[in-house]
Design a protein around this ligand. Structure first.
Ligand code: ADP
Ligand code: MG
Length: 244
């Protein structure tokens, strides 16, 4: 890898996580390629969020290793991992404008003003928020608010985006629109993205690779078509097969 373009793929080997006596993640191996859109699906409580939080460094890994590119980040500080996470509940600062919400982390990092301005405007451009920059969150639609939340992640130019059910609070119509925007964003940024969802249509349309998690393991992984053609168990068949 030395001298090569920075690899920001994500590689998990024998990763485990217990909370007290409860084994939540029981040995997960996965390789997510640089630039790939990976989707985690699985029943509620199977550990999707825990796994994402471990990759982000927000949760300790009990054993095993996590690499981002060629760096072992298993015990690395979250702030050093080059990762941005977007959650389901996108708490924006209500008293701050869209611009200031997006600029927030850059101001904390004491970036120079012109750099902040350039990054915020570039992100607003990508997310079609250019006309909303002076508005407060309360003046925005749900979809625009979720775009601001994504904008806060983009300005930090992460190597890796982690999304934990980011659209589940939106109504069906907005979810469709945001799904298209996420696909467009992935193309535009070329970043590696890992996306947790309950929504089968999101998984099928966004994923390069779907990882089906169940019982603390990866039950199956493959392209949407692989899983559709050759589901390894009932859960996979049910998830892929039945319309929601
Ligand atoms: P999912 O996102 O797939 O719904 P989670 O990763 O949130 O699942 O949770 C997986 C399991 O781990 C659940 O049984 C949950 O109760 C448990 N869990 C998650 N976080 C903690 C924690 N901080 N302490 C104890 N148990 C936890
Ligand atoms: Mg979850």
């Amino acid at each position: 890898m030395e001298g090569a373009i920075r690899d920001n793929g994500v590689h998990l080997a024998a990763v485990r996580k217990s909370f007290g006596a409860v084994d939540v993640i029981r040995g997960v191996d996965m390789d997510i390629r640089k630039g790939e859109f990976a989707v985690f699906v699985g029943p509620s409580g199977c550990g999707k969020s825990t796994l994402l939080r471990m990759i982000a460094g927000l949760e300790e890994t009990s054993s095993g290793t996590i690499r981002i590119g060629d760096r072992d980040v298993t015990h690395e500080d979250p702030a050093r991992r080059g990762v941005a996470m977007v959650f389901q509940s996108y708490a924006l600062y209500p008293h701050l404008s869209v611009y200031e919400n997006m600029a927030f982390s850059l101001r904390l990092a004491r970036r120079p003003k012109p750099e902040i301005d350039e990054k915020v405007r570039a992100a607003a451009d990508i997310l079609q928020l250019g006309a909303q920059l002076d508005k407060k969150p309360a003046q925005l639609s749900g979809g625009q608010r979720q775009r601001v939340a994504i904008g806060r992640a983009i300005v930090r130019a992460p190597d890796l985006f982690l999304f934990d059910e980011p659209l589940s609070n939106l109504d069906a119509e907005l979810r469709v629109q945001m799904r298209l925007e996420l696909a467009r964003l992935h193309k535009a940024l070329g970043a590696t993205m890992i996306y947790v969802t309950h929504d089968q249509v999101e998984a099928m349309t966004l994923a390069d690779t779907i990882f089906v998690l169940q019982g603390g393991h990866v039950q199956q992984s493959g392209s949407p078509l692989d899983l559709y053609d050759n589901p390894s168990n009932r859960f996979v068949a049910g998830f892929i097969g039945s319309p929601s």
